[in-house]
Design a protein around this ligand. Structure first.
Ligand SMILES: Cc1cc2nc3c(=O)[nH]c(=O)nc-3n(C[C@H](O)[C@H](O)[C@H](O)COP(=O)(O)O)c2cc1C
Length: 430
């Protein structure tokens, strides 16, 4: 907790209006039972937003009543309500709000995994559609400052109009509370009741490197739900850690979130994909029946991405400066690949970081063939050029999983081309 910015007002210093608010807070249900200790210090001063509101007691009284009405006079189920409050507390990193409402959420039956997911900025998966709807509405409002039509309709269906309006109002109210907390940093109630804020946003997602690398596959079915800014920054920071020739880092990423630009990229992509997919379909038809299932599934996922590319939350366009590549194979009379080695490690770092965050993603390059149009659309100056486009978002289904790759025994040679380094005979390998 940061240092307090207001000296808490003790009861003996309050004027009449302030005293009215003070009493109202302590006489309300939040001032009774177990929660009283969380809002009242031993010296009689108030915690949370209430001490700040004592400075404007009439407004504070109204706000106190709104807060209570949102808790007691609503049809929104208590677990859905607390879910929405936690989303707001997480977005604001509002320690006190997270702490108090974490306890209330647990008491109201919000599952621990859901609280953990919200704390880490991930989308929890609820069995209860009301909690899911409350979460999704709150998440979109705080992250995107708007509500997508599909989310609104899902929430209307799950909650009904009254509870939907209540959850939206709830989000607004707790943003106000968060703003007060973040402005004035009120101290917690006591040393033996320490305020525990949401998990650090710079915390590493705990996944084993080998597990991440062996499950980072193309995930092309992505939800439109937004990615919190801190998560996006984290995965893109991982991209910047990649090596490059001479450490020149000859690339930039344009994280495209603007709906109009995403749609324009998606339209370009759709045309390119449909030509590519037609060729792939012909090739698949020529395969023996038994070998068609996996590529057919991948193609269907590709069709899905092509149809929905404009709806993914972020398309990361990797651009590079051709004059800043140290290309050692330019004059060999074959396609040069070394230039790409200063770019694609960054893309792979991004893919792995997305994997660690539970975000789906896929490296795509089809759009590079339409560089002229992309340049215009994303205002990329000459001589910067395009290298890859990585749509990322929360997976619709399970997301990442096992890979289908040639085994290391076939891929790796020892000392000379063609001599396997590792035996594929399990007896020999032992
Ligand atoms: C250089 C490169 C370009 C790719 N371009 C596209 C693309 O334009 N569209 C797409 O859907 N997938 C694209 N992919 C993803 C591959 O199709 C995918 O990684 C491959 O089929 C293996 O699938 P898996 O990663 O799911 O195991 C590309 C991958 C690479 C490495």
């Amino acid at each position: 907790m940061s240092a307090p910015r207001l000296v808490p007002l003790t009861p003996d210093t309050l004027d009449e209006a302030q005293r009215r608010l003070y009493d109202a807070v302590l006489e309300s249900p939040r001032g009774q039972g177990g929660t009283r200790r969380m809002i009242l210090r031993e010296d009689g001063t108030l915690t949370g937003p209430f001490d700040a509101w004592l400075r404007t007691p009439v407004v504070g009284e109204h706000l106190e009543r709104v807060g209570m009405a949102l808790r007691t006079d609503t049809v929104l189920p208590a677990d859905a309500r607390e879910t929405a409050v936690l989303v707001v507390a997480r977005a604001w990193s509002a320690d006190f709000e997270w702490w108090v409402h974490g306890m209330v959420a647990r008491a109201e039956g919000v599952p621990e995994e859901a609280i953990d997911a919200i704390g880490h900025g991930r989308r929890p998966s609820f069995d209860d559609p009301a909690c899911q709807a409350a979460h999704d509405v709150a998440f979109e409002l705080v992250q995107r400052r708007s509500l997508a039509p599909a989310t609104l309709e899902r929430a209307r269906e799950a909650l009904g109009e009254r509870a939907l309006v209540e959850v939206v109002t709830q989000v607004g109210f707790y943003q106000l509370v968060s703003g007060v907390l973040e402005s004035f940093h009120p101290p917690g109630p006591s040393a033996d009741l320490p305020v525990v804020g949401p998990p650090s946003t710079t915390e590493r997602a705990g996944i084993d490197l080998y597990e991440a690398a062996s499950t980072t596959r193309a995930v092309r079915r992505l939800r439109p739900d937004p990615i919190p800014d801190d998560v996006l920054q984290r995965v893109l920071r991982a991209a910047t850690w990649a090596p490059s020739g001479g450490n020149l880092q000859p690339w930039h990423v344009i994280a495209v979130r603007d709906p109009a630009r995403k749609q324009a990229l998606a339209e370009l992509y759709r045309g390119l994909w449909s030509d590519y997919a037609a060729d792939r379909r012909t090739l698949i038809e020529r395969l023996p029946e038994a070998m068609r299932a996996a590529p057919t599934r991948a193609l269907a996922a590709g069709d899905h991405l092509a149809e929905h590319m404009g709806e993914v939350p972020v398309i990361n366009a990797f651009c590079f400066h051709p004059e800043r590549l140290h290309i050692t194979d330019a004059d060999l009379g074959r396609p040069s690949v070394v230039g790409g080695a200063s770019l694609y490690p960054a893309v792979q770092n991004l893919l792995l970081a997305c994997r660690a965050e539970g975000l789906g993603c896929v490296l795509t390059t089809l759009l590079c063939s339409r560089e002229k149009e992309v340049r215009e659309l994303l205002e990329i100056p000459e001589p910067w050029a395009t290298a890859a486009f990585v749509p990322i978002g929360w997976p619709v289904g399970g997301g990442h999983g096992p890979l289908s790759r040639r085994p290391v025994e076939q891929v790796v040679f020892g000392d000379r081309f063609g001599d396997a380094l590792f035996s594929s005979d399990p007896e020999e390998a032992r």
